[in-house]
Design a protein around this ligand. Structure first.
Ligand SMILES: *[C@@H]1O[C@H](CO)[C@@H](O)[C@H](O)[C@H]1NC(C)=O
Ligand SMILES: *[C@@H]1O[C@H](CO)[C@@H](O)[C@H](O)[C@H]1NC(C)=O
Ligand SMILES: *[C@@H]1O[C@H](CO)[C@@H](O)[C@H](O)[C@H]1NC(C)=O
Ligand SMILES: *[C@@H]1O[C@H](CO)[C@@H](O)[C@H](O)[C@H]1NC(C)=O
Ligand SMILES: *[C@@H]1O[C@H](CO)[C@@H](O)[C@H](O)[C@H]1NC(C)=O
Ligand SMILES: *[C@@H]1O[C@H](CO)[C@@H](O)[C@H](O)[C@H]1NC(C)=O
Length: 729
């Protein structure tokens, strides 16, 4: 029992139809003292109890341990019940020869207080009607694997004590089962009946009527295709697994239940296609409903919402091709555990409504593993599961998901066990699991996670964890994994990392398949490469800074030079200005560009110098020494500055500097010193901020190429030049 139970909880992925149902076995030995149960697992249990089987019975044909005796497989050599020590109260008599049982058969154990008797494969043919009278303390009897006729079997039962608690009639041919089969046991106090493998065909509740106290009925693998029920107020457990049932049994008649106390109904491995609310709503005591491996086509809304006691639902391995799950299908105020694995349903809001799991406030365990959640987005996960705030166990194993849904860390604060195994998860956000304070067990095995580092899980959280499974992932055995490798080697924490034998490298190629703790990554190599990495990082940052600075200097080189010279000359110029009426060395500073110079030299310079007698300073002609310095000195020494604007001029950096300087003097000295001549209209791209400001200052003089224009130009120019009143009005 223990092993089967844990197999459901922990190795559900390996369960196959037949092993998955939790409570379909009806083990008749249950509750019968440890020794009987251990029988089935002798090997593993023996050392634990440190009690060994010892030979007993005549000719040592049997084995005894504590109160339990078994005599196995002696065929015709053992054709009587031997005598044992007096303390024996349980006997398993299997594979021997006992064709007839009569009032003498149990002579040797009559004085014993026999509680349990199992007769199995003993070629039983007949019984006398007083065969079991002497075993008046018996509370559990099993007759199994016998080719006995139904009438002889009824004779056997007729002398069985009324105090019997549990009866197993298994692997017998009981077809057709007469309606009065149990009438010899009238008034029996029997609670449990197991009739597995009896080829019964029809399950008729009337047959069990003489057993007035009967509570639990198990009839598995008995070809049951028809079920006829009648009022049975004592039945609490009905298990009819592996039969041929096609219709849900009719428990509800006119709104009331034929089985008012029915608590567990197990119909696994049958052929039931339809269930509806009307068939269920009378089962007010039902706590467990299991219908694993049935071809159920549809789960209607509020299918279970009328069952106030319902706690466990098992609907796995659904064999219908296309299942429809309506909104609120699992609406239940009491449901605790829902097993909905292996149904191959697409969780896309279409076949299965995204509201299917709404209104299950009490739900603590949800298994939806081995369904198809490939196209389920984070938002859809939110819709599906955000109301399940009390979940303690969730399995999304083998659902083809590629990420850890946010709904888990956002809404499932009480989660204790989480299965995300057998998916395509490549990584997860640092600390996403550590935020689940109650999480104790985490299965991430068989995914594609490549790196675990010290930020993946918080230390504090790992201290409260029971286990985490990261086996069969695609670890990248590089320095990034070094921390994890060292952590695994350190053994400071108890064996937290489950199946670490199977934590293997997926890359680089030459380490593929190697256990990560055995991969040859060393602290030394990694710290060296880390050093290199750090130096490289610093170097790159420095290089980038240098490049930025250089390009900045280059871009603003004129501005910087300007600022530099201004600062240098500031004092000198200030002194000059303080001296009051400046002695101007030049009347005009002529600023123009190389390519325009010829034209200016030919036309403008002679007129100004020769005809008007003005002292011109032309940097191209008169300039020498440091260019910038001479620009500043000479412009300071000139009364007026002529700027000959053109596209060439605008593109020349020295010219731009001269223009800036002139504008600066215009602003700071408040002197109307600029004479702006536009030789050719500037292209839009060349009108920089400086030129824009200059052109806005005053009326500039435009050079025109026709005679009238030229005359106007000279008129304006001579007027401006002669205007001695420099100051800005
Ligand atoms: C009682 O046991 C003895 C051997 O111990 C055996 O010879 C005899 O047949 C048994 N009696 C019955 C009634 O089976
Ligand atoms: C067995 O039953 C028969 C009658 O059915 C009786 O004559 C006989 O004495 C009984 N034997 C014992 C050992 O009780
Ligand atoms: C008797 O023992 C065998 C072997 O341990 C076991 O398989 C069988 O189920 C037991 N039968 C009964 C009826 O107890
Ligand atoms: C069972 O018994 C019937 C007659 O009683 C016989 O015909 C049949 O072959 C037996 N079957 C087995 C498997 O022993
Ligand atoms: C219902 O199922 C659970 C889980 O398998 C089990 O522990 C419990 O005993 C069952 N309860 C009843 C009343 O069948
Ligand atoms: C859920 O079930 C309860 C009880 O049957 C019912 O009152 C409620 O309306 C149902 N919720 C929805 C959304 O159908």
């Amino acid at each position: 029992m223990v092993i089967r139970f844990s197999s459901v909880l922990f190795v559900y992925a390996m369960t196959i139809p037949g092993l998955c149902a939790t409570f379909n076995s009806g083990d008749i030995e249950e509750g019968y003292g440890d020794s009987v149960n251990q029988e089935d697992h002798v090997g593993s249990q023996e050392h634990k109890h440190n009690k060994h089987w010892t030979s007993c019975g005549r000719n040592s044909m049997c084995q005894c341990r504590e109160k339990y005796a078994r005599c196995l497989n002696h065929g015709h050599d053992l054709d009587y019940i031997p005598s044992f020590k007096r303390t024996i109260d349980k006997l398993n008599f299997t594979g021997n020869y006992l064709p007839e049982i009569n009032n003498n058969t149990f002579e040797n154990i009559t004085k014993f207080r026999m509680k349990y008797l199992g007769i199995e494969s003993c070629s039983l043919q007949s019984c006398s009607s007083n065969a079991f009278t002497k075993l008046d303390r018996l509370d559990k009897l099993i007759i199994s694997h016998e080719n006995i006729s139904i009438s002889e079997l009824m004779k056997c039962l007729s002398s069985v004590t009324k105090g019997l608690f549990s009866l197993g009639l298994r692997n017998l041919n009981l077809n057709p089962l007469p309606p009065d089969f149990f009438s010899p046991m009238q008034d029996s106090k029997m609670l449990k009946l197991n009739m597995d493998d009896t080829n019964m065909g029809e399950y008729n509740q009337r047959v069990f009527k003489p057993l007035k106290h009967l509570r639990d009925i198990f009839v598995s693998r008995s070809n049951i295709h028809t079920i006829i029920l009648e009022y049975s107020p004592k039945i609490e457990w009905l298990s009819l697994t592996y039969n041929k049932i096609v219709e849900f049994p009719k428990f509800c008649v006119m709104g009331s239940s034929l089985f008012p106390k029915l608590s567990a109904l197990i119909l696994d491995h049958n052929f039931i296609r339809h269930i509806n609310r009307g068939q269920l709503n009378c089962l007010t005591s039902l706590t467990n409903l299991s219908m694993t491996d049935n071809p159920i086509v549809s789960f209607e809304s509020n299918l279970f919402s009328d069952l106030p006691a319902l706690q466990y639902l098992f609907f796995e391995y659904n064999s219908a091709g296309a299942i429809q799950v309506q909104p609120y299908a699992f609406n239940s105020s009491s449901l605790r555990q829902l097993y909905f694995s292996n149904n191959k349903i697409l969780f896309d809001g279409y076949r299965l409504s995204l509201n299917a799991f709404k209104y299950c406030k009490q739900l603590q365990t949800l298994f939806v593993s081995t369904n198809i959640l490939t196209s389920t987005t984070d938002e859809m996960f939110d819709d599906l599961f955000s109301t399940l705030k009390n979940l303690k166990t969730l399995s999304l194993g083998n659902t083809r998901i590629t990420f850890v849904p946010q709904v888990i860390s956002k809404h499932m604060k009480d989660l204790e066990t989480l299965y995300l195994d057998n998916n395509h998860i490549t990584g997860f956000q640092d600390g996403v699991f550590s935020s689940l304070r109650s999480l104790k067990r985490l299965d991430l095995s068989s995914n594609q996670i490549s790196v675990i580092n010290q930020n993946s899980f918080s230390r504090e959280w790992m201290n409260t964890l029971q286990w985490i499974d990261l086996s069969y992932n695609s670890f990248a055995c590089s320095c990034e994994l070094l921390w994890f490798i060292n952590f695994l080697k350190s053994e400071k924490l108890p064996k937290l990392f489950k199946n670490d034998k199977y934590y293997t490298c997926n890359s680089p190629k030459e380490l593929m398949g190697k256990q990560i703790v055995k991969s040859p990554i060393s602290e030394h190599d990694c710290s060296f490469s880390r050093l290199v990495l750090i130096s490289m990082t610093y170097f790159s940052v420095a290089l980038i800074l240098v490049l930025l600075t250089v390009s900045g200097i280059y871009r603003f080189r004129w501005r910087l030079r300007y600022m530099f010279y201004m600062a240098r000359f500031h004092h000198k110029r200030y002194q000059n200005r303080l001296n009051g009426h400046q002695q101007y060395q030049h009347d005009i500073y002529l600023s123009c560009e190389d390519n325009d110079f010829d034209f200016i030299l030919d036309d403008i310079v002679p007129k100004l110098e020769r005809d008007m007698g003005l002292r011109l300073y032309i940097p191209l002609r008169d300039g020498q020494g440091n260019k910038i310095e001479s620009i500043i000195t000479n412009m300071d020494a000139s009364r007026k500055v002529i700027l000959c604007l053109s596209d060439n001029y605008a593109r020349d950096r020295y010219c731009e500097f001269e223009a800036s300087l002139a504008y600066d003097k215009y602003i700071t000295e408040r002197r109307d010193l600029m004479i702006v001549i536009v030789l050719r209209e500037l292209g839009a791209l060349n009108v920089t901020k400086t030129f824009h400001k200059i052109l806005n200052v005053d009326n500039y003089i435009k050079w025109d190429w026709d005679d009238e224009g030229i005359e106007l130009f000279w008129l304006k120019l001579t007027q401006t030049v002669r205007n001695l009143d420099d100051m800005i009005p």
